[in-house]
Design a protein around this ligand. Structure first.
Ligand code: C2O
Ligand code: CU
Ligand code: CU
Length: 467
């Protein structure tokens, strides 16, 4: 079965709905991996793009003959891919048909603050918000999701999330898989906790309140234990951890090697050979997997530690050569000598007491004031001493809006190779300290926060201005 129950990190088995999940696993239908549609650009002009996004209620059949109430963009669950090119002038019309307010935040996009879709850009029911901006950053896999104050966790959990692809000259010239849905595959990974009726009420137990919501069933693109059919060639997986709080350690059942080619904000300078990749909530990784040595009929399992998430079926012989490009992009490195200022961000507390620099989110307070085009060093540390005593480690993925940053130090050392590219979210575990270099090109009022959505909703967020 494809259900993942009672993992080691669980401190209290009573809080997991084990029985319902086991029952669900037997009812789970056999599913091909759903591939989200690419959203239609309604502006025929070259260099311009316009998109329509409707936030709506839906019903999703996660299990055979069982309908679950969900939310989605232009559909029942999750959203289409918004695909843009570097340099494009983009307008997006977001129509909120829910009976509650929402926002849509473009996570990882470098846009002026009033276009960012944070908690200040509320979209009331039956109204439309139309942000516009120019794409001014390299090829990357980003995402979009709601950011309503105190309600982000619930709206994302119900299904509101989608991917943004930026392409540029480099990404189109690189000899890497680019056939969408064929050998260039989006994977949005999330965890859920289903009731016996198949519902996904957003109800937090004590452990969820402390460490963030943890489901017992893992979905990819909205499917439980899906199957992906590929040829025996190079396959590109664009992975988003779209979960509220769970981190994953992705690998393949036969421990096959793969190559990470991109992190949150775009291509790494060189591909990094790995056998597993860890992603905290909101982090992305693009990886290339070489299936050229496999035979038609082979099956490989994509896993989180030892838990099976998806079966990959080799269904056809390919004629393509599988070359892994070594060099991917010229990565401009910030120069430490140009640091103008250093700031500290201390993450602390647990559950409802989570805070950054001892403070909780206040929409009317500006926590930090920055200047545009000035290089700053941000020292981010985690002094949370475990959510539920010794059993929990209280990691906090720290995310900054409006920018892609560079990690220069993790606990006194250089960060691992796959963290040396552009990042917008960085995992900081208990007692860890990371140093980031940030340089803002966009102005306005932005957020920084923990991307465990229950922590964010409890106030683990601050505001800064760039002038
Ligand atoms: Cu992914 Cu402040 O957001
Ligand atoms: Cu963001
Ligand atoms: Cu946190």
């Amino acid at each position: 079965g494809f259900l993942f129950i009672n993992r080691g990190e669980t401190f209290n088995e009573d809080t997991l709905n084990t029985e319902a999940s086991l029952e669900n696993s037997q009812k789970g239908k056999e599913t091909k991996l759903p591939i989200p549609p690419i959203l239609k650009d309604t502006n025929p002009e070259e260099g311009k793009a316009e998109f329509d996004l409707t936030v709506q209620k839906g019903e999703t059949e996660f299990f055979k003959d069982q309908k679950t109430d969900t939310l989605g963009y232009n559909g029942n669950y999750l959203g289409p891919i918004i695909k843009v090119n570097k340099g494009d002038e983009v307008k997006i019309n977001v129509n909120n048909t829910l009976d509650e307010s929402t926002t849509v935040h473009w996570h990882g996009l470098e846009v002026p603050a009033e276009m960012d879709g944070g908690p200040h850009q509320r979209i009331e029911p039956s109204s439309t918000w139309s942000p516009f901006f120019t794409i001014n950053q390299p090829a990357a896999t980003l995402w979009y999701h709601p950011h309503l104050l105190d309600k982000t966790g619930e709206q994302v959990y119900k299904g509101l999330a989608g991917l943004i692809y930026i392409e540029d000259e480099n990404s189109s010239e690189l000899d890497i898989p680019k056939d969408y849905g064929i050998n260039d595959i989006p994977l949005v990974v999330q965890d859920k906790r289903f009731t016996k009726e198949g519902a996904i009420p957003y109800e937090l137990n004590m452990r969820d309140t402390m460490d963030g919501f943890m489901g017992d069933t893992i979905l990819i693109n909205g499917a439980i234990g899906p199957e992906l059919d590929v040829k025996n060639e190079l396959v590109r997986l664009r992975i988003l951890n779209g979960s509220n709080a769970r981190s994953y350690d992705f690998n393949f059942s036969d421990k096959t090697k793969f190559y990470q080619i991109a992190s949150d904000g775009g291509f790494l300078e060189k591909s990094v050979e790995m056998t597993n990749v860890i992603l905290a909530p909101a982090e992305r990784a693009e990886i290339l997997v070489d299936f050229s040595e496999y035979k038609v009929g082979d099956k490989i399992t994509f896993r989180d530690t030892e838990n099976n998430l998806m079966t990959i079926n080799i269904i056809e012989d390919s004629t393509k050569k599988a070359d892994i490009p070594k060099k991917l992009v010229d990565m401009p490195k910030y120069d430490k000598d140009e640091i103008v200022r250093s700031r500290e961000f201390v993450m602390s507390g647990s559950g409802p007491m989570v805070a950054i620099n001892g403070k909780q989110m206040d929409m009317n307070r500006i926590d930090e004031e920055l200047k545009v085009n000035e290089l700053e060093e941000w020292v981010v540390s985690n002094e949370s001493s475990g959510g539920m005593g010794m059993m929990s480690s209280s990691p906090h993925p720290f995310h900054v809006h409006g920018v892609q940053f560079q990690i220069i130090e993790r606990n006194g050392d250089k960060p691992p190779l796959n963290e040396q590219g552009w990042k917008d979210t960085v995992m900081v575990k208990s007692n860890e300290k990371v140093k980031l270099l940030v340089n803002f090109r966009e102005k306005g009022l932005f957020m920084y926060h923990c991307h465990i959505l229950e922590h964010e909703d409890s106030g683990m967020m601050g505001q800064f201005t760039v002038e």
